[in-house]
Structures are given as C-alpha cells and as structure tokens.
Design a protein around this ligand. Structure first.
Ligand SMILES: Cc1ncc(COP(=O)(O)O)c(C=O)c1O
Length: 429
C-alpha cells in the first residue's frame, strides 16, 4: 500500500475543504498543527448523530438508546485506534487540557508533597500547567524538565533517566514536539517509567495523525489525544489503564457513575463527538483498505487496516519531509534557504523518525509579516505564534512561523512553500 498520486487524489476527495477555503479561494492548508481539516466521514457521522440521537442516554426510547450506542461505538473505535483493552478504557473530555487537569488532580490526591514529576523541555503548556498547579497546591515538590539539545532539536532519553529518583511519581511527555517536530522515544521512556514505578503519561495531541498509537507497545498508563488534530471535531480522549480507572478518584459530582470511564467524565457526554471520531477512525481504516465496500468490523479487523493505513501515511510523510528539508531540483530545502533558521531536527531520526512539523524564522521579516505574505501572495496557510509551547522561549523568541504537513498535503504544497520562502529570502539578501 502506497500513497501515490492517484490514491492521493482519492484521499483529498475525503476532505471537502482540502483545496479551497470557505470563500472559494484555492489554498494549501499547512496549519495542520493547530488543527487538521475534517474528513467528510467525521462531519457526516456528527450530523446524523446530532439530529437522530440528540436525547440523553439511559432511557428506553430510540433516541436515547441510539445515543448510548453511538457513545459506545466511539469508545470502541478509539480503543482500536490506540490498541487499548476495550471501550471502558477510554475517557472523553472537552479538550486534552481539561483531561490533563482532571488527571493531575486525581493523581495529586494520593501524593504527599515530596514527590516530583519529570517531563521534557519541549512540552505544550497542557502538560506543564497542571503539574505546576499541583506544586502550588503542595501536592508535589518539583516539576523537572529534561532539556533537549538545541542544536539537533533532539532529546536523549538519558536526560529523562538522569532526573528520575525514588521520589519520581510521574513521567509525562509529549509524543512529539508541536514546534520542533522532534519525536520522543516513547518506548525507551516507558521502560524508565516502569523501572521507577512511576506513572507514564503521553500527550499525543500533536503526534496522533502521524503514527499509529499503541498504548500496550509503549507501556503507558495514560495517553491523551484530541479529535480536532485527527481529522475530526473538537473534543478529546484519554486512554487509562483499567486499574487506574477503577482505583483512582477523579473529581466528580455525587450521583454520577461510580465506575467505568463515566466516573471520570464531567457532565453529560456529547454523542455527536463520539460519532465524529468513529467517522474519522473509519476514514483512517479506509486509507488502509480503500477498495473495501464497508467500514471494517470493530476489533482486530479495524486495527489491522489502521496499521496498513499508518504504514502508508508514514512512508508518504517521510517523502514530504525529505523534500521539505532538502529541497527538490533547483528549489532549496529548509536546510539550505539563505537567511532561514529552522528550529528542530534537520534530519529524520533513524530510530524515532520525525513529525512533518517545521518551525522557522526568515531574516528580514517578522513572523506575522511572513505568514501574511505567504498567505496573500502564495495562498499558503501557516501559523505564526508561540503554540503554547515552552520551545520559542528556550530559543529566546516570542513566536515562530510553523508549517505542519499531514498525509493529504501534496508534494506540490511542499515545493510551493519552499519556492515562496526562497523568493522572499532573495528580496532581503
Ligand atoms: C502537544 C499538544 N498538547 C496539547 C495541546 C492542547 O490540546 P487541546 O486544545 O485539546 O487542549 C496541543 C494543541 O496544540 C498540542 O499540540
């Protein structure tokens, strides 16, 4: 299975907004790190659930039963995506940030105040502020940052190991930096966490569209991702080991369920969010078997198609990344455009790979001006901000320009970006 030009055309048909913005203007969408475009299957499933299954769960009439089934289907689809034990290991929430706060409060209840939490130096604040909060409440003693190498943009897991001691209760890392594109060696860090008997938490919000998750392979206790970064709508999901779901005590209201994922969920669920994620996951399974007439059965059949899909996605994104870094023909890559500073790995790590996320600055332009020029002159949608990440400050910058590719982007999108940057750089040479 390969994503070649013909298959890419079919893939792009699955995303109604891939070519044009709502005003009908052609553009290339490279702001995927801030939220991907939505697959038609997710939007259709959401629309149906919104109208047909609008009632609350737990009653005997069809709208209510349908709502319950839709939620269960969604949890099951997410369990297949993550290789989790089953639907009861999947908790939903408003956002990854709210899930992380809830999780940190639940863990903090059992801490005495002398414990520490270890994380990486390239986290999104979603995976920093909840632990800072525990520190302010006296529930932990310290949040420790394993700093990445600012030249290579990479993090040696040894840096995590060096910070771990017998008071370490949590190791919590992002799957990939949402600014640098650096991938974290999750398997290695999982081992460190197990040896230290610490909880291992993964923030996969940025990484989810690029590599198939495997919570068992990684050996994590918790794993969080958001639908809007995975071709669906807003709303997020967290895997938790079944014993943690059972034994930990999240903040909850009286009367809400005492067990199962519902114990962890604040308020009433939106069934349409579960319908949408089922649609997005079925889209991904379709990428793994585009000639199949129907979505696969839940369980191993769906997991197997997802594996095929992500292999193809990984290979294709690798081609996009090589082109982005090293250029094509006379078009120089991000590594070679004069005046351009790329923050993050200049290569694709042999062991962990890389996410196709590229943050940079161009000499002579403010980030805002550069993103505006890329949009107005070249119809390229990119970001220009701090991305709620610790990374820009480490490089003593307030913001950076960021382009994130996903598998519906074309090689033409890469070349357009490189040509545009090269042309803009020439004006300031
Ligand atoms: C790595 C990472 N973690 C967390 C978040 C925040 O996710 P949410 O908006 O679902 O809270 C983001 C969003 O950019 C992210 O990139």
């Amino acid at each position: 299975m390969r994503i070649d030009a013909r298959f890419l055309t079919k893939i792009r048909k699955e995303f109604p907004a891939v070519n044009k913005d709502p005003s009908g203007r052609k553009r290339a969408f490279l702001d995927n790190g801030a939220g991907t475009l939505v697959t038609r299957r997710a939007a259709d499933r959401e629309y149906e659930a919104r109208l047909d299954w609008s009632a609350n769960v737990g009653n005997v009439f069809p709208e209510s039963e349908g709502a319950g089934e839709t939620i269960l289907e969604g949890r099951t689809a997410v369990a297949d995506l993550l290789n989790a034990e089953g639907p009861n290991a999947i908790i939903s929430g408003e956002s990854a940030t709210s899930l992380m706060f809830n999780l940190s409060y639940a863990l903090g209840r059992d801490f005495e105040g002398s414990e520490n939490v270890v994380t990486t130096g390239y986290e999104h604040y979603t995976n920093i502020s909840p632990w800072v909060e525990l520190g302010s409440n006296g529930e932990i003693n310290e949040l420790r940052f394993a700093e990445f190498d600012t030249d290579s943009g990479k993090l040696d897991p040894v840096k995590i190991q060096e910070l771990v001691d017998r008071r370490t209760r949590v190791i919590t890392v992002t799957g990939a930096s949402n600014v640098l594109g650096t991938r974290t060696d999750l398997k290695e860090i999982g081992k460190i966490a197990r040896d230290a008997d610490a909880y291992f938490i993964v923030d996969a919000v940025h990484h989810a569209p690029h590599e198939l998750a495997d919570v068992h392979g990684i050996g994590c206790d918790f794993f969080v991702f958001s639908g809007y970064k995975l071709f669906s709508r807003h709303g997020s999901f967290m895997y938790a080991k079944p014993e943690h779901i059972r034994e930990l005590m999240p903040y909850k209201v009286l009367s809400s369920p005492e067990r199962g994922p519902e114990k962890w969920e604040c308020g009433t669920r939106d069934q349409a969010m579960f319908a949408a994620i089922t649609g997005a996951i079925d889209y991904l399974a379709w990428v793994g078997s585009p000639s199949a007439k129907r979505p696969p059965r839940p369980g191993s059949a769906r997991r197997s198609r997802l594996k095929t899909a992500f292999k193809a996605i990984g290979r294709y994104e690798q081609e996009l990344m090589e082109m982005a870094l090293n250029g094509k023909g006379k078009t120089p890559g991000l590594n070679d455009i004069p005046g351009l500073t790329l923050y993050g790995p200049r290569d694709i790590d042999k062991k962990t790979g890389r996410d196709p996320t590229f943050s940079f600055k161009l000499r002579g332009y403010s980030d805002r001006d550069l993103s505006a020029l890329l949009w107005k002159r070249h119809r390229l949608a990119v970001g220009a901000e701090d991305y709620y990440s610790r990374v820009p400050a480490i490089f003593k910058k307030k913001t950076m320009v960021r382009a994130t590719f996903v598998h519906y982007n074309t090689k033409g999108d890469v070349v357009t970006l490189l040509d545009a940057l090269d042309r803009l750089s020439r004006r300031k040479r």
